[in-house]
Design a protein around this ligand. Structure first.
Ligand code: BES
Ligand code: MN
Ligand code: ZN
Length: 489
């Protein structure tokens, strides 16, 4: 897709679809009104027929019968003017992309908004995200030509600002859609070895440092936790370490850590069929941090970034780790295995210990860690926990800017004893209740005093049926928040 700024007249612009926006409960005003009049009131009539009042997530499509330059007009709802933010524009973009899929040629936008910084990039982001589909395995996937060119008709946006917003949006879309692809690939393809290969490719492409530890390295270095989880699988585990070094002296050093279980059967505590399906998504944290690294040189954040991934399958093979096993993580702490299906926290214990050894200033991990977090918050919001309110606030701020929903859960002191073990330093499962929190408390044992935030993305990482603003399957959740966080002063 090509994007350009245009000063065309909206009544004369030659395009397949002209997209206009309107606020809720404000009627058809401004340029939409002009277009409506030229169409003999068709926009008003169709809106009335379809009970469309400018609500966010709704739109009407009207054929112009060649009364104006555009072949069709898509009138998109912005929602209420009060509370309107760039996130509404991202959503308008996503909706537009879905609605114009059948058409080809030129798409023209005329949104009369006081273009704040970030508005245009959010809109372009939305178009790129809404366009996403994972259909490479459909053999008769006859796609139309699709929209080739997108013109933004605006007198309020300058060429320079336009270019900057466009580049930003493109990089975000690239990172998110890349992460989505990694997750949507079937697990037979997206093995730990494959993930490691992809990390190497990213490193080569963008001149990042890359270190991959194979099974032998993992064992020699004392990553006994990752090693234990990998034992039941024929696929060798990998520990992935990418480093981004900013051009100027870094303001701080952070570690972004992703859970990379490329398939979670539950291990010997095997999952029933219905819970096992979709568990290719258990490397969504890894995909998120790899997506961020893929685009990081386009943002050039002023911080050194270590990207760490513990990658393995969780399988019930003959050598599989067992309930009652005691395993030792990289920082020397011992873990009593209660349930082999609580493997994410086990593999993360080594990655977090490793981050501490790197002496980073902050750690943020992303993991599809617990079903309990989905029970608590639903499919669209990530759980946020940690040991440092300042860092947690930073993540909340970054998520708001990014238009991703996160919600802090309390580190309830009374729950902490749930993971005390009689035979080891900690056990990997507490009682049934507060499972997202005790999982986070487990992770906390491996971060020492380093400020740390944990995003449990089990809900929003993968939405099988898709959502209003998400495609079916992987969503790429977390990419936008982490990029915003890294760009934060
Ligand atoms: N990968 C799962 C968590 C998960 C569940 C993610 C559903 C997405 C959707 C994790 O490894 C797991 O199995 N967690 C267990 C923990 C339990 C055994 C304490 C769970 O949530 O059931
Ligand atoms: Mn599991
Ligand atoms: Zn898992």
């Amino acid at each position: 897709m090509d994007f350009k700024l245009s000063d065309a007249n909206i009544l004369r612009v030659k395009c397949s679809v002209l997209v206009l926006g309107r606020f809720e409960e404000e009627g058809i005003i401004g340029s939409a009104k002009k277009v409506d009049s030229s169409l003999g009131g068709a926009l008003s009539r169709v809106s009335q027929d379809e009970k469309f009042n400018g609500e966010l997530g709704k739109s009407v499509l009207v054929n112009t019968l060649d009364k104006i330059g555009a072949e069709r007009v898509l009138l998109v709802g912005f929602g209420k003017r009060a509370g309107f933010s760039s996130d509404n524009l991202r959503k308008a973009g996503i909706l537009t992309a879905k609605k114009v899929k059948p058409f080809s040629g030129v798409l023209a936008f005329s949104f009369e908004i006081d273009s704040k910084r970030g508005d245009l990039s959010a809109l372009i982001e939305g178009l790129g995200l809404g366009n996403y589909e994972f259909d490479k395995y459909k053999t008769n996937n006859k796609k139309g030509n699709g929209i080739k060119t997108v013109e933004f008709i605006s007198s309020k946006v300058g060429e320079k600002a336009f270019k900057e917003e466009l580049e930003f949006a493109k990089a975000i879309v690239e990172a998110i859609n890349f992460a989505r692809d990694l997750v949507n690939e079937p697990p037979v393809v997206m093995t730990p070895t494959k993930l490691a290969g992809i990390a190497e490719e990213i490193a080569e492409e963008h001149e990042l440092q890359c270190e991959i530890f194979d099974r032998e390295d993992i064992e020699k270095r004392g990553m006994g936790a990752l090693l234990a989880v990998s034992l039941g699988s024929e696929e060798p585990p990998k520990f992935i370490h990418l480093t981004y070094e900013p051009r100027k002296k870094p303001r701080r050093t952070v570690a972004i850590v992703g859970k990379g279980i490329t398939f979670d059967t539950g291990g010997l505590c095997i999952k029933p069929r219905d819970s096992m399906r979709t568990m290719k998504m258990d490397m969504s944290g890894a995909a998120c941090v790899l997506g961020v690294m893929k685009a990081i040189t386009k943002f050039n954040p002023p911080v050194r970034v270590h990207c760490l991934i513990s990658a393995t399958e969780n399988m019930p093979g003959g050598k599989a780790y067992k309930p009652d096993d005691i395993v030792r993580a990289l920082n020397g702490k011992t873990i009593e295995v209660i349930d082999t299906d609580a493997e994410g926290r086990i593999v993360l214990s080594d990655a977090l210990s490793y981050a501490v050894q790197l002496k980073v200033d902050e750690i943020v991990d992303l993991a599809t860690l617990t079903g309990a977090c989905i029970v608590a918050l639903g499919n669209y919001t990530a759980g946020l926990m940690g040991n440092n309110e300042k860092l947690i606030d930073k993540i909340i701020k970054a998520a708001k800017l990014a238009g991703e929903k996160v919600w802090q859960l309390p580190m309830d002191e009374e729950l902490r004893k749930d993971i005390d073990s009689d035979v080891a330093d900690v056990k990997n499962v507490g009682s049934r209740w507060g499972g997202a929190i005790t999982a986070a408390m487990f992770l906390e044992k491996f971060v020492g005093d380093t400020p740390w935030a944990h995003l449990d993305i089990a809900g929003p990482a993968f939405i099988e049926r898709g959502g209003d603003w998400y495609p079916k399957g992987s969503t790429g959740f977390g990419v936008r928040t982490i990029i915003r966080y890294l760009l934060e002063k």
